[in-house]
Design a protein around this ligand. Structure first.
Ligand code: PEP
Length: 261
């Protein structure tokens, strides 16, 4: 696998931060600063209510947009929900199964596989987030959790559709907002990412496993990004806390730029 030739995708997960006004100002500052090279794709995942206004402000060649979450039905009587079909034309990506969705909002594989299918149906690339908790890791269950979450989320995905699915490996214990978060070493990230590719090879064949785009997330910032982005098999980063600071996020993008030059 020629690592340096693969596109790097850097995603800013703003979570439930910024008012509409703050998001617009932040995007303005990012636009002035972030200069991604060809081969580096920068994706912003703001709160769902700011997506539409930011989509009018954003330069499409500079930033793509992603939904942090969405409902799997396309339209109908689902009070308070937003479907991925409603976001068509606004987002290129839809995050599915972020650990906060799984652990705070109780989302299960049965919800997530429907979301993955809904995104694909709307022509939007799902980013399936997977990763074990600290407890699961301590009990040596990392490989099984990864397998179960992959199978659970991909149940309705055909080999043809697999080309449009991204996987984000985010060990829950390394996410900055997790209590007692610990850094994941690039070596541990590499092992997990290889496990993911091996499972995809097993489920969809060698080509799919080699080509699936796999991102790493877990306290990535400007200081450690080069280490993670240089890991064999890692195609980018999902960035939470550091994506809320212009310089820190720009520094992650610059580390990706350095790898594709
Ligand atoms: C995340 O929650 O997706 C994440 C990776 O957050 P952080 O970078 O803050 O650990």
């Amino acid at each position: 696998m020629a690592e340096t030739k693969r596109k790097k995708t850097i995603i800013a997960n703003w979570k439930m931060n910024f008012t509409m006004h703050e998001a617009s100002i932040f995007l303005h500052k990012l636009s002035d600063k972030v200069k991604a090279k060809r081969g580096v794709e920068v994706v912003l995942a703001p709160s769902i209510f700011t997506l539409q206004s930011l989509s009018l402000q954003v330069k499409k060649r500079q930033f793509k947009l992603a939904a942090q979450n969405f409902y799997w039905r396309d339209f109908g009587a689902f009070t308070g929900e937003v479907s991925i079909a409603q976001l068509k034309g606004i987002v290129d990506y839809g995050m599915v199964g972020h650990s906060e969705r799984r652990h705070i909002f109780g989302e299960q594989d049965k919800d997530l596989r429907d979301k993955v299918a809904a995104a694909l149906r709307s022509g939007i690339q799902p980013i399936l987030c997977i990763g074990e908790t600290a407890n699961e890791r301590e009990f040596g269950e990392t490989g099984d959790v990864i397998y179960d979450q992959l199978v659970g989320g991909l149940t309705q995905v055909t080999s043809e559709d697999m080309k449009n699915v991204l996987i984000a490996y985010e060990p829950v214990w390394a996410i900055s907002t997790t209590q007692n978060a610990k850094p994941c070493t690039p070596e541990d990230a590499e092992k997990a990412v290889e496990m993911i590719r091996e499972h995809i090879r097993h489920l969809y064949g060698k080509k799919a496993g080699d080509e699936v785009r796999v991102l790493f997330g877990g306290s990535v910032d400007g200081d450690n990004a080069a280490g993670y982005l240089g890991v064999k098999g890692v195609d980018g980063a999902l960035v939470g806390g550091a994506s809320l600071k212009v310089d820190a996020f720009n520094s992650v993008v610059e580390k990706a730029n350095a790898l594709v030059s």
